[in-house]
Structure formats: C-alpha cells, structure tokens
Design a binder for this molecule. Structure first.
Ligand SMILES: NC(=O)c1ccc[n+]([C@@H]2O[C@H](COP(=O)([O-])OP(=O)(O)OC[C@H]3O[C@@H](n4cnc5c(N)ncnc54)[C@H](O)[C@@H]3O)[C@@H](O)[C@H]2O)c1
Length: 335
C-alpha cells in the first residue's frame, strides 16, 4: 500500500492500536475521530496523547457522518499528496455496544451505516483502492439455537438481534454493493469480543478488572455460562493491517477460536488481579447472544493470521495496565 492510511475511530480502543501498528511499520496515518462521550472521553484522549507524539501521525477531529467535512479532508489530502488522498481507508469509527443500541438506534445507523457510506462514496470518487470495514460477530445472532459450533463467514446472518448488529450487517451489504458496482476492494472484518489494556469501559472484561481491583461486586447479566470468543486487541490490530492487502471482496472472522464462559473469565481476572471476586448475578439481557465462537480458517488462509495471545496472558496485560494507571483509571465510569 502506498500513501497514507486513513484510520477512522483512531481514538478508540482498536483504532488506536491499529494506528500504532501502522506507524511502527513506517506508514503515515491520518486519524479521524469525533472523540464522543459514549464512554469517558478521557480514555480516548489518553490513547490519542500517545499517538500525537509519534512521527507520521496527523489527527483530525471530525465526524464521519459529516459528508462535507469528510469530502474536505479527502480534497486536502489529495492536494498535499498530489495524487490519491489515501492508500487505504480503515473504517473503525462506530457506535459500538449492543445494549446501548436499543436506547439510541438512530445514532447507531447514522455512524455505522451513513458514516460508512460517506467513506465508500469518497473512495469511489477518489479511486482509493482499499476499504476495510470493522464488522462484528454480533451479525451471527443466536444462530437459531445452534450454539455448539464455530461461526463461519458463510453462515446465515439475516437475523441480527440488536440495532447494533443490524447496523453492522447493513454496512457489510453496502460494501458488497460498492464492490459489485464499482469494483471497490473491501475487507469486511468480523471482530469477536476484543479486550486488552485501555479497553472499552462498557465491555465486560474492563469492568471485571476494575471491579475486582476496587473490591466492588462483579455484575453479570444471566448466569455467567454464556461464552465469548475473547480476542486480544494486538492480535486484532495485526489482522486489520494484514487485511489491507488487495482481495476483491471478502468477509473474514477475526477471533480466538477459544471461547471462554463469563464465570471462567471472572476466575482468570481474579487470579490476575490477586483478589477474590464477589459475583452478583442479574437478569439476562435480551439482545445478548448466548455464545460466540469464531471459525478462523479463512483468516489463516487469506491473511496468514492466527491469534498469538492466550486469554490468561491477555488478561494479565489488561490487569497490569489497570494497576499502572489506577490513579485515574479508577475514575473511569463503567455505567
Ligand atoms: N471492541 C469489540 O469487541 C468489537 C467487536 C466487534 C466489532 N467492533 C467494531 O470495531 C470498531 C472499533 O471498536 P472499539 O471497540 O475500538 O470501539 P471504540 O468506541 O473504542 O472506538 C470507536 C471510535 O470511533 C469514534 N466515533 C464514533 N462515532 C464517530 C463518528 N460519527 N465520527 C468519528 N468518530 C466516531 C469514537 O469516538 C471512538 O473513539 C467499531 O466499528 C466496532 O463496532 C468492536
């Protein structure tokens, strides 16, 4: 890939890691983020603070739903790069989080679908070769009760169970349309529950680490037997960068292929933190799926990708990050 990469959602959990990896590889990155307050923006500023010091990084505070602002950004980059504005667009900006999407579904569609569309249009207009879309394991829904089988990319995804999942599925189909009509090269990546240092405070593992550390009750929706194919953030970032290669149109799972039940996850967190967890079970949430599990045969074949970090190691690093940053990390709201 020649030219800068545009990474949207660069202040986010995954976007900041993808940006870091691209910069490490000597690539130039223009990062876009509106630094919204869907969770503590202080955490986003912390991640950004580590990026802005680095050579090759340029930050633009902007909203991907603002078509005019996005068009200006592409025009400016084209002028300064004297050619195509970007070598690739990696679209990670999103309203993420399944449960919150039931509260404000429109915001999810605005960013996850119309934002994605704005960027696809600009790729078409400027002849940008590569588009990478962050999608999600949530598009698999409950798989009609089939739970003991890994999810494959060609499984039925026509029954998403939340506005979030539905918005991701919609963006996937838009990508296909741009591939079909205009030959846009797209990698759609379905991430499976990503975790790691400086993770999202609305997600279970960040909360578990914080709650166990602070001696607060660990709240679990349901009986804790539901399982997730937790995937370490640096493995995901490596997969995203690998998927920036040309491939036509492909949908690829990025997961661990090693599901862990929430009760087991709490045990591992408790060991890593060195404190006993007091678990409080609450009624299950309707939009939660019972299990996720990635079949990663395709990622191995097309991207030569496999996860390198096992769950204990990853949780150890997430717990260490929390301990090292505890003075301010304990003030991050998990509400
Ligand atoms: N973390 C996971 O487990 C997971 C799983 C599946 C898919 N994903 C997807 O991966 C991507 C990154 O997720 P994340 O966990 O890093 O979430 P995140 O919320 O930490 O990052 C998303 C970033 O996008 C920014 N953003 C949101 N709306 C925007 C807009 N309209 N304009 C510009 N910026 C905007 C946010 O400020 C945030 O910094 C998302 O597309 C998400 O749906 C994440």
């Amino acid at each position: 890939m020649s030219g800068a990469a545009l990474v949207t959602g660069c202040a986010g959990f995954i976007g900041s890691k993808v940006t870091e990896l691209l910069l490490e590889q000597g690539r130039r990155v223009v990062g876009v983020d509106n630094v919204n307050d869907t969770y503590d923006p202080g955490l986003k500023e912390w991640r950004l603070g580590r990026l802005v010091e680095r050579k090759g990084f340029e930050f633009q505070r902007a909203d991907v739903t603002d078509a005019a602002a996005m068009a200006r950004l592409f025009d400016e980059q084209r002028r300064s790069a004297e050619g195509t504005p970007f070598g690739a667009v990696v679209n990670l900006a999103a309203r993420a989080g399944v449960r919150q999407s039931l509260v404000d579904p429109k915001a999810y569609f605005d960013t996850n679908v119309y934002g994605a569309l704005n960027l696809l249009e600009l790729c078409r207009k400027h002849g940008i070769k590569k588009y990478v879309l962050a999608s999600s394991s949530s598009v698999y829904g409950a798989r009609n009760g089939i739970q003991r089988q890994a999810f494959r990319e060609d499984d039925d995804t026509s029954k998403p169970l939340s506005p979030y999942a539905s918005s991701k599925k919609s963006a996937e189909t838009l990508c296909y349309t741009y591939y079909y009509l205009y030959g846009q090269d797209v990698s759609v990546l379905r991430f499976f529950t990503v975790y790691g240092p400086a993770g999202r405070p609305d997600m279970s593992l960040f909360r578990f680490v914080k709650w166990v550390h602070e001696g607060e009750p660990v709240r679990v929706f349901g009986d804790g037997t539901q399982s997730r194919d937790f995937t370490y953030v640096e493995d995901i970032a490596r997969g995203v960068v690998a998927a920036m290669r040309p491939m036509g149109f492909e949908i690829i799972n990025l997961g661990s292929d090693a599901p862990v039940a929430l009760n087991e996850a709490i045990r591992v967190v408790s060991n890593a933190v060195g404190k006993k967890a007091v678990v409080k079970y609450e009624p299950p949430q309707e939009a939660d799926v019972p299990a996720t599990w990635a079949d990663i045969t395709k990622a191995r074949r097309l991207l030569d990708w496999a996860p390198k970090t096992n769950f204990e190691e990853g949780i150890g690093r997430a717990a260490r990050w929390y301990r090292d940053n505890r003075d301010w990390a304990k003030t991050i709201s998990t509400a």
